[in-house]
Design a protein around this ligand. Structure first.
Ligand code: PLP
Length: 386
């Protein structure tokens, strides 16, 4: 059996993946289409599944190199790259929902995903059934009624609830339901849901995968058969990643391990420093023993990611005042980049929060740590709290 190359080594050498190329980086195939010399070759390419030498919306060598690297990291047979995380989620979900079919979804999800479910239900005839995030009994109850897909996010926005991936995958499999996990907050370095039997993994590559705050993209990783099903729909919906973005993605993947290691360490240091702080009611981070999902997270994650949330005394006004006192960290909706970004989820998802669709206490701040030196980051946050 061939020895599996460690992820660090695989990523570090990704740059020389193109055989015969003497350049240290892969050349981006910045072309909209490819030509064929003969009629037969053209016809073969026009009708092939996931072809990379016909038309870039169908596939492109640079995009495929990025997809193959994601599949390797996720221990998946194949991956498909999209223009955003929402494109990845909407394509993955709609591919597996039959007309009038039922979607089983946890009750804590990224705001955009909440709105997507609302659209699926109100405009596309799907039935959406909810279960309590991280609660196996609640999932079992929901699954019993049957459905097409079950949607998880672990760790989840904005309170970092953790789902038992193995137990959840088993329940779905027994019921013939396709399980989908949004693994964005974990990143492919800390968690590989396919190992636990999950069918489809989705990431917003805009976050840690892109990792430089200059990139938007999404990925779906799954079996070769399911990725083909997704491609059949996606290349007609026009949901794909362009080659230049994929080239940037490959650039980013080379340092993914190093960056995620630092994000993990910074978030852990900050979470420990804020635990017990007089102005902080609660620190939500799966790496803390006090977090309800800590035991499961320790089992299925190698580290706990770069996102934590803190609930502050004094509600929205107090939280906004603290946010305003940060000197380097900025108010922004993203995370996983070089610089620490802080957001008040109740403001980011104001409409959804008012309807109760997103459970974000008014005084909650989500902190997506960056690559800063840990002590300077802790000092800045403590200063903002004082
Ligand atoms: C950001 C994010 C998304 C959406 O991704 P985009 O790239 O912004 O479309 C989905 N899920 C989670 C958990 C996210 O953090």
């Amino acid at each position: 059996m061939q020895r599996r190359v460690p992820n660090d080594t695989y990523l570090a050498r990704l740059a020389v993946a193109s055989p015969g190329a003497l350049s240290l980086g892969p050349a981006p195939w910045l072309t909209s289409a490819f030509s064929s010399e003969a009629a037969a070759a053209f016809l073969a390419r026009a009708t092939a599944v996931r072809t990379t030498d016909f038309y870039t919306r169908y596939g492109n060598p640079t995009v495929r190199a990025f997809e193959d690297a994601i599949a390797h990291l996720e221990r998946a047979e194949a991956a498909f790259a999209t223009s955003s995380g929402m494109a990845a989620l909407s394509t993955a979900l709609t591919t597996f929902i039959a007309p009038g079919g039922r979607v089983i979804a946890q009750d804590a999800l990224y705001g955009g995903t909440e709105t997507l479910l609302e659209i699926l239900e109100s405009q596309m005839g799907a039935e959406v059934v909810r279960f309590k995030t991280g609660n196996v009994d609640s999932l079992r109850h929901a699954v019993r009624a049957g459905g097409c897909v079950a949607l998880f996010e672990s760790p989840a926005n904005p309170l970092l609830e953790v789902t038992d991936l193995e137990g959840s995958a088993r329940l779905c499999k027994e019921a013939g339901i396709v399980s989908i996990v949004d693994s964005t907050i974990a990143s492919p370095i800390n968690q590989t849901p396919i190992r636990y039997g999950i069918d489809v993994v989705v990431h917003s590559a805009t976050k840690a995968i892109g990792g430089h705050g200059d990139f938007m993209g999404g990925v779906v990783a799954s079996s070769a058969r399911m990725i083909e099903q997704i491609w059949e729909r996606a290349h007609i919906l026009g949901v794909f990643m362009d080659p230049f973005t994929a080239w940037l993605g490959i650039r980013s993947l080379r340092t993914l391990r190093l960056r995620v290691d630092r994000l993990n360490a910074n978030a852990m240091t900050l979470a420990l420093a804020l635990q017990g702080h007089s102005r902080v009611r609660n620190v939500y981070y799966p790496g803390l023993e006090s977090h309800p999902g800590h035991a499961i997270a320790s089992r299925q994650m190698s580290a706990f990611g770069g996102v934590l949330s803190i609930d502050l005394d004094g509600g929205a006004d107090a939280a906004e005042a603290v946010l305003g006192r940060f000197t380097g960290a900025r108010r922004s909706a993203s995370f996983g980049g070089p610089s620490t970004l802080v957001v008040r989820p109740a403001a980011m998802w104001a409409g959804l929060s008012e309807q109760g669709a997103v459970r974000a206490p008014p005084g909650l701040l989500r902190i997506g740590v960056g690559l800063e030196e840990a002590n300077s980051l802790v000092e800045e946050v403590l200063d903002a709290l004082s």
